[in-house]
Design a protein around this ligand. Sequence first.
Ligand code: FES
Length: 287
Amino acid sequence: MAGKILIVDDELVVIKSCERILAPEGYDVSGVTSASDALGEIQNGNFDLIITDLKMPGMDGLELIRRVKEKNPSAGIVVITGYPSQESIKDALEYGIIDYLPKPFSPQLLLDVTEKAMSLVKAQKVEEKPPEVQDVEAKLGEIYNVINRNRNTPGALIPILQQTQEILGYLPPAVQRIIAKELNLPVSEVHAVVSFYSFFTMKPKGKHNIRVCLGTACYVKRANEILEKLSEYLGIGEGEITEDRKFSIETVRCLGACGLAPVVVIDHDTHGGVDPVKVSEIVKQYN
Ligand code: FES
């Protein structure tokens, strides 16, 4: 389905012609003849796009837009108007409508405006998804391959979690739910296993993961200052990820390179004898 659309117009003929034009293109179109009916439909309907007339008896289109936007600022709205120059169009634009259709409009114009609005709405929806859900969706095929490869093996849960973590870098709740469902296990059981083993993590890692060693040999050589300077420079603490998801910081208790103390490992590169004051210079080498 190309998208779910609600047409709001007091003229039934406008609703019908929109349906005739949009439905063959794969849109799921329904219509109502008043703004108050529209509010009821929107509450239950989960529409991608609302195409509404501005001038209607009773509640007008502008009030409808105001109320819809109040509850859902990212709602996709296109306006139909007989008077594109009227003040209300300016107000509607200020409320954040995507576009408007001057009456009478050609079928092609309706299709073009709808397609443009729908692609904007969909792009916005992707952006709105939490990053962890986007991560899981981007790797869904690989995750299902792992599950299908292992699902009939006794004790499949741990190998599936390990391989999924190799793909995603972490095990967010979204992926735990998928694995639980596919293995017919309660989510709480999957979550308990992930929390129990220290090699599983629910925290995302940045494009570059920075590990600061706080083991004894490194600690006596000011490793804690390295951590402080790094946190200051990147604006994140231990176990956190920068907003652009480029860097994450974690601490470890000995990287097996005590002779090089203090040690910082970025991705697979080991940096020894790190000067706390210069640690940001090292980080700058990673883009
Ligand atoms: S204590 Fe840091 S590498 Fe061993």
